[in-house]
Design a protein around this ligand. Structure first.
Ligand code: 5GP
Length: 190
């Protein structure tokens, strides 16, 4: 998606550890008009797919998902980060390894908000090693929900997550695919 690539070129900052900082339009300050254009692009790509719910992960996926939910006319559920405890029987729970913090955390979704009737679009801001998307897929599987596909804003295509998950059969629609960020220079791949 040309508009998003241009914005990344203009405002993205490459940090140590293969982290792209896009907090001026995506992760902290949010450009809602850009989010709307992104949502419309996902809608175009998932045209005629029967999506009845969006599932995302706290926190950066929430803003994008709310705008997308208006376009798809469906509710959004976000997997909540939580302190580890297996006592609550009313939730689906799984563990996710954080790319940016290099630690693991638990995420939960209430059993009330995810079930076999759901046909899900997973949404997240970044795809790197695939841990966040895998976690969402696990929650969906526990609930018996169907995953139609994933909408990703920025895929770092030189990292393994995209290939791994596509091999597992997940349809992933990434709006910008970064081919490399060597020496702070960002290049895109189709
Ligand atoms: P994965 O789970 O695929 O390894 O990484 C995706 C998650 O890590 C996203 O939810 C995102 O919050 C975070 N992430 C991964 N790479 C980056 C990055 O380059 N920049 C930012 N801002 N977040 C990232």
């Amino acid at each position: 998606m040309h508009l998003l690539e241009e914005r990344i070129r203009q405002d993205g900052i490459v940090l140590k550890g293969d982290v792209l900082k896009v907090d001026s339009f995506l992760n902290h300050q949010m450009d809602a008009a850009l989010f709307q254009a992104m949502a419309e692009e996902w809608k175009r790509r998932f045209e005629n797919c029967e999506i009845n719910k969006i599932l995302t992960i706290e926190a950066s996926g929430i803003g994008l998902s709310c705008v997308a939910a208006l376009t798809f006319s469906c509710p959004v559920v976000f997997a909540k980060k939580t302190k580890s405890s297996n006592l609550d029987e009313d939730v689906y729970r799984t563990e996710v390894r954080s790319y940016t913090h290099n630690s693991t955390y638990d995420v939960i979704v209430s059993k009330r908000f995810l079930g076999p009737e759901d046909k899900l679009l997973l949404i997240d801001d970044f795809l790197a090693n695939g841990a966040a998307l895998s976690g969402l897929m696990e929650l969906a599987a526990m609930a018996g929900a169907r995953v139609i596909g994933a909408g990703i804003a920025i895929e770092k295509a030189y990292q393994p997550g995209g290939d791994l998950l596509r091999k597992r059969g997940l349809r992933i629609e990434s709006l910008a695919r970064i081919g490399s960020m060597d020496s702070g220079r960002i290049t895109f791949v189709p």
